[in-house]
Design a protein around this ligand. Structure first.
Ligand code: GDP
Ligand code: IMO
Ligand code: MG
Length: 429
């Protein structure tokens, strides 16, 4: 069997959590491969809303195994809170949630370093979620990190102390930054005890054995392609590879064992944090999208910046990820407009660009828009694509043609049930 991948094609928050939850009944295993508690994946069903940060979005389905892969960074404190939040569901975590021993740990001083670094950058800050992601991945690549497997070793505390000592040395370079480490360490070590009771394994061996036995695996991305450390709008990115290739390194799945790549995007764009956003609407339009789409961060509560759909960025993301099918979210939010705009290309120094180039990440970029009629109808009760307003059908066809890929799923509201499957025939309409 090959593993399928679902990942974000924009700047994160595309609705990955919702769709992973919707697709989980088709899979045996759901696995996160990168990122950490900077992610906030929202699921809604039975009138309840859940936000997951570290735990994969398949956790609400019985019989399905969820894996936190080696590419993920875990904050034990946030992780144990997530477990507490799920206590009402009587989930057998020991059987259904497996953690890679090779996943790296976010320790309290990683969070302090993140904060100190952001504060020192002033206006140029990344807009990090301040969860310690950057410093933890730095220690991973710098070969200083602590891993989940280390918590079972007798010398764990010693290894921890050595790393903290190093961090305290770096923090001295931020003399105006004050902190109380003791206060953060107490919940940290309590959470380490919680983690010790979990099932921690060599998940790359497990995943490959399961694939060999014909089990179906879905890898769940976090963040989005435009936040990828290599291909995103550097330096305003996260610190991991959010793209399909990240599945290989973050779970140990070989490239020739990747099956479908499901690329997910909103019918418009959002971004939280700093950095270039060519189609941003810092005006009444952006504000309307934010209110209608409830565009506030699931992890930090920050206002998300909003703008029109950006096809050059989307095409770039499709290319990098080898996307095989698409999933369009939040079409219902655009119902408030008479007309919608789509950026079809950019002008950079007068030259037409159909993909997002290096130069696009400074300010000389001019998005060129196509204006399309909107549907002006409530979509949240729509249960068959057949019954969709003509303008929405045309919007879907337009995108499929331009992106040269089929849209297989259309989401018209936050609930699990507000999800339409589209037939493959339509692509060539
Ligand atoms: P993720 O990080 O990709 O999982 O996305 P988030 O959970 O951070 O953000 C997506 C937000 O949009 C959440 O509040 C979802 O409940 C909500 N949502 C998902 N799909 C739809 C949709 O089709 N329509 C509307 N109106 N909201 C949606
Ligand atoms: P999900 O998985 C949206 C953004 C931050 C910041 C930059 C770096 O919910 O889509 P970091 O904390 O990684 O150092 O922040 O990346 N960012 C996200 N934006 N959704 C996310 O995750 C994000 N995770 C990080 O806002 O701009
Ligand atoms: Mg999110």
């Amino acid at each position: 069997m090959k593993a399928d991948v679902l990942l974000g094609l924009q700047w994160g928050d595309e609705g990955k959590g919702k769709i992973v939850d919707v697709l989980t009944p088709h899979y045996d295993i759901i696995a996160r491969f990168q990122g950490g508690p900077n992610a906030g994946h929202t699921l809604e069903f039975d009138g309840k809303k859940h936000v997951l940060h570290t735990i994969p979005s398949g956790i609400f389905h019985e019989e399905v195994i969820n894996i936190i892969g080696n590419g993920v960074v875990i904050d034990p404190v946030i992780f144990s809170k997530e477990l507490d939040n799920l206590s009402a569901y009587n989930i057998d975590f020991n059987k259904r949630l497996l953690i890679s021993k090779k996943a790296h740990l976010i320790i309290p001083t990683h969070r302090l370093l993140d904060q100190a670094s952001e504060e020192s950058k002033g206006k140029n800050k990344i807009g990090s979620t301040l969860k310690g992601i950057g410093p933890t991945y730095m220690d991973k690549t710098g070969r200083n990190g602590l891993r989940v497997g280390d918590i079972f070793l007798d010398n764990f505390k010693n290894k921890y102390d050595v790393l903290v000592e190093k961090h305290l040395g770096i923090l001295k370079h931020y003399p105006s930054f004050s902190y109380d480490l003791k206060q953060l360490e107490e919940p940290f070590f309590r959470a380490i005890e919680v983690m010790k009771k979990m099932t921690c394994i060599d998940s790359e061996i497990f995943v490959n054995q399961q694939l060999k036995e014909g089990k179906k695996v879905l890898a769940e991305g976090a963040q989005g392609t435009m936040l990828d450390i290599d291909f995103g709008s550097y330096p305003f990115v996260t610190s991991s590879n959010t793209i399909t290739a990240g599945t290989c390194t973050g779970l140990g799945i070989p490239p020739n064992k990747i099956g479908k790549v499901i690329g997910i995007f909103k019918a418009y764009c959002t971004r939280v944090g700093s950095g270039p956003f060519p189609t941003e609407q810092e005006n009444e339009i952006g504000e309307k999208i934010r209110q209608e789409g409830n565009e506030f961060g699931a992890t930090t509560g920050r206002k998300r910046r909003c703008g029109w759909l950006d096809l050059p960025a989307l095409k770039y993301a499709i290319m990098i990820n080898g996307v095989t099918e698409l999933c369009m979210m939040k079409a219902d939010v655009l119902s408030i407009f008479d007309e919608i705009k789509v950026c079809t290309h950019y002008l950079i120094n007068g030259e037409k660009n159909e993909y997002i180039p290096f130069e696009a990440f400074d300010n000389k970029i001019e998005p060129v828009y196509l204006t399309l009629p909107c549907w002006r109808k409530d979509l949240t009760q729509l249960n068959e694509f057949e019954n969709a307003p003509l303008e929405l059908k045309e919007y879907v066809s337009f995108l499929e043609k331009h992106l040269e890929l089929p849209i297989h799923i259309l989401s018209v509201g936050p609930d699990r049930k507000q999800t339409l499957a589209l037939s493959e025939k339509k692509v060539n309409n």
